[in-house]
Design a protein around this ligand. Sequence first.
Ligand SMILES: C[S@@+](CC[C@H](N)C(=O)[O-])C[C@H]1O[C@@H](n2cnc3c(N)ncnc32)[C@H](O)[C@@H]1O
Length: 392
Amino acid sequence: MNAPDRIEELLSATRTAFSSGVLVQLKLGGYHGDEPELKAVLVKKISVKGGDKYSFTYRYKTRDTIKNFNESEALALLRDGLRDEFRSARLATTDFDMMFERNGAKMRLKRTEVEGREAPSTDHNRAKNRPLSETGKPWLKALGITGKTGAVRNDAQDKFRQINKMVEIFAPLIAGLKPEKPLIVDMGAGKGYLDFALYDYLATVARRPVRIIGVEMRDQLVADGNATARASEFDGLSFQPGAIMEFDASGADAVIALHACDTATDDAIFKGICAGASLIAVAPCCHKQIRRQMQAGQLDGRLEPLLRHGIFVERQAEMVTDTLRALLLELNGYKTRVFEFVSDAHTPKNNLIVAEKDGRMGRDREAVLKQITEIKTMFGIKQHYLEGLLGL
Ligand SMILES: C[S@@+](CC[C@H](N)C(=O)[O-])C[C@H]1O[C@@H](n2cnc3c(N)ncnc32)[C@H](O)[C@@H]1O
């Protein structure tokens, strides 16, 4: 058999698996084309109103893009991709795997039989709207999201939507982490909604091995979380009791903190920076530390109209605090984005600061320090708590 026929053989097996309903996934890797940050393409079958489609997930370093194609478009794209831009592919079906490798003009295709693998659901709408579509999970029941029948309780619909949204945001960020089995530390984990949802999604849907540790000062929540993790057979998820500042985060690839109270967010950022974590993501909540200083320290009357109304003081404190956090992260080699992660109908504390370490200072360190000083002077702030932790 000559070399290009290996590609046709793989495509033919893919098409047969697709039409007979045994396709699990076709993954193209070893990308060496022109698209910046494209890592892999994952192909699966989905059923939508217009019929069955090939759904392509383009996996970039920090995000996924999904496009659906009919069969002839899909096969043409796969054929071109395998000839030019992707050096490897793995076709997974319920019965066998096929590994394809290309090295220059040389191509290899190896088939291995497998047993006991199930084809995933092709229901597009469920898959699209909810990363966690399966509701019969022990952890959902333990956290009070589902009731006796296994259905999501009426009063927990919002919470279920929120945790699915969190998974949509965090899964691509975690996918961008380099180690094969990254360590994620969730500071101020509470009941661990995010940890259970993320672990479940990564382990059972995305099949991305991870370790997640939730750090929480309330012992009962830690005991409950560990019991539920054991009951769910989530070996890589655990909860540890204690204060964020007492936790040894060394080795963490990602440090997360959602609504950790006031300066606990800064403790989490500090721990992430010290650990050299590639990803730090925090959703701050109350911003009391800066608010008190802003009210006490107005230099002159110029800001008085902006700080006259309590609600505006609160919003200014939030913006000033999180701006300083973003600048301090930048100062430590992190590229930082701030965006709303859930609708403000759920919570007004809906900003997420996502900082990814690239080690390079985009700007001069002195320029960043100057901006920090100017903002503090403008609002009469003596010191941001995180500055103190960082020894500035
Ligand atoms: C508002 S809850 C948020 C819980 C969870 N992250 C969530 O989003 O569902 C904040 C949690 O952080 C914990 N916490 C606050 N400060 C902490 C600290 N310094 N160390 C450890 N846990 C802390 C609290 O006990 C509480 O459970």
